[in-house]
Ligand binder design. Structure first.
Ligand SMILES: [Zn+2]
Length: 162
């Protein structure tokens, strides 16, 4: 039976904890802060645990979908609220729904963008645990392995010491 490995950092987390961390723009794996250089520019790796957020090409498509779904959901509830308010008004104007749509669809995705990225990272981490090579790369990114002083790899043809 092959030896199983366990991601020590991930062992202490639950989906609820990872989601809570993601909602406040923290690393879902370790809870570290400062994942964003600017509001929308995310670091390649977590400064706390070395977890590489973009695990494969096209990874952020999930974050895009989360952001789109949240924007559409908010727009839906705002429109329902506006329709309920103006239901009895026969001369209701189209301007309030248009303004509401404008104010929901432009600022909300920009505000929610970083949270959508950390949320997607949490969902991905919960559904696809890190592989051993990813754990090693994360550890190496945080604590690079120092080379052994004085050791050189053997070259072909050199005499071997015993
Ligand atoms: Zn981390």
């Amino acid at each position: 039976m092959p030896e199983l490995f366990v991601d020590d950092v991930a062992r202490r987390r639950t989906l609820r904890l990872m989601t809570a961390r993601a909602l406040v723009r923290r690393c879902p794996r370790c809870g570290a802060r400062h994942l964003f250089r600017h509001w929308v520019v995310m670091a390649e790796r977590c400064p706390g645990c070395g977890y590489k957020f973009e695990r494969e090409e096209g990874f952020w498509f999930g974050a895009y979908n989360i952001n789109l779904c949240m924007t559409l959901a908010l727009l839906f509830f705002v429109f329902i609220w506006l329709i309920a308010r103006q239901d009895s008004n026969a001369g209701a104007s189209i301007v309030p729904p248009l303004l509401a749509g404008l104010f929901v669809c432009i600022p909300f995705p920009l505000i929610f963008y970083p949270v959508s990225k950390t949320l997607w990272a949490a969902i991905d981490l919960a559904t696809t645990p890190l592989e051993l090579r990813e754990i090693i790369a994360a550890l190496d990114a945080v604590e690079p392995i120092a080379p052994v002083v004085g050791w050189e790899p053997p070259t072909p043809g050199s005499p071997q010491r015993r």
